[in-house]
Design a binder for this molecule. Structure first.
Ligand code: GRG
Length: 315
């Protein structure tokens, strides 16, 4: 009998264990390889020394090179490679998305927002460099990400325009989601309202990451629709399991303050549904993400593995 929990699953067939191990090691290779390429690109785009105030440069690099998971860049690579794009066409956009994501974390941690001291296992940007410099480091990362795509000569002008407008839309949604999130603190929300906050705040950039990989690989409009469907499920799955992590893991495991959602009176999936029902909901969304992948009509192994990674990361 199989228990429906990936980590404690009882598997009768030893081949299934080997397959699980080899897929986990393929996924680890994907994350390692993407981190290596993206960090090298970021180091080239924002070197340790150069013109302008050194303190601002140090603040950007403090947050950029703090050991984030690089989930969004991994998604750019996984979708792009799935449809045949070369890594050298993908890496700049993956790095630009990591810059926008890092800016959002720096600003989210500010005293006027979530007021946090710990991020990615180290002091937050404003704790280390002061509030004004942290605000400016976030601002600079945001605009530099657009510049990085706009000046990327390995991409055609048509692709650059599609990517720039898509990134601008996603970044705007993130701001809308953040404002809705701040306004909702301490208020009871319906599941629909929670989903609307997360679709904007977290989902939009994840969806854009998948879209970017597909645009760079020049997929058909029909495939692009399937990619969007998959990515919207993945964005939701990311947030549901992020909410679970906040409840089930320690500050050390997370590298950021655990239990913040409850302390800040945030409406979350576990707060609304309870932990067990949230787990079941995550499983449902995971299944829907996998069904969307079936429409890709090609091997989607790495995308299945990224989905499984999200589903199982909280246990
Ligand atoms: C300030 C404009 C503005 C937006 C902030 C994304 C966001 C909106 C706030 C982050 C707050 C937060 C913790 C949201 C939950 C989901 C999330 C984005 C988690 C952090 O992303 P990970 O887990 O982090 O990919 P790493 O460090 O691995 O990159």
């Amino acid at each position: 009998m199989a228990v429906d929990n990936q980590k404690h699953r009882k598997i009768d067939n030893p081949n299934a264990i080997n397959d699980n191990h080899s897929r986990m090691s393929e996924l680890k290779d994907l994350f390692d390889e993407v981190s290596r390429q993206v960090n090298a690109e970021l180091d080239w785009l924002i070197p340790a020394h150069g013109s302008g105030p050194q303190n601002l440069r140090d603040a950007m690099r403090w947050s950029l090179f703090a050991g984030g998971k690089h989930f969004r860049p991994a998604l750019v690579f996984a979708v792009g490679r799935t449809f045949g794009a070369d890594d050298e066409q993908l890496v700049r956009t993956a790095a630009a998305i990591e810059m926008i994501h890092t800016y959002s974390l720096i600003h989210d941690d500010l005293p006027s927002m979530d007021d946090d001291d710990l991020r990615r296992g180290r002091e937050t940007c404003h704790k280390r460099f002061g509030e004004a410099t942290a605000i400016l480091a976030g601002d600079a990362l945001q605009v530099l990400s657009f510049q990085a795509i706009g000046e990327e000569e390995r991409l055609s002008e048509w692709k650059r325009i599609k990517l720039l407008s898509g990134l601008a839309r996603a970044a705007a949604k993130m701001v809308v989601g953040q404002q809705l999130d701040l306004e909702a603190e301490g208020k009871p929300l319906s599941l629909k309202e929670i989903e609307n906050i997360h679709t904007n705040k977290t989902g939009a950039l994840i969806e854009f990451s998948a879209y970017a990989g597909a645009v760079i690989a020049e997929v058909s409009d029909e495939k692009l629709t399937a990619v969007s469907e998959f990515a919207s499920k993945l964005g939701l799955l990311f947030q549901i399991t992020d909410d679970l992590l906040d409840r089930t893991q320690t500050t050390e495991q997370l590298g950021k303050t655990a239990g913040k959602d409850v302390a800040a009176g945030k409406a979350t999936y576990p707060g609304n549904l309870g932990i067990e029902e949230t787990r079941a909901f995550a499983r449902e969304i995971y299944d829907e993400a996998k069904s969307a992948l079936a429409k890709f009509d090609c091997s989607t192994r790495s995308l299945e593995d990224l989905s499984t990674f999200l589903l199982t990361r909280y246990s």
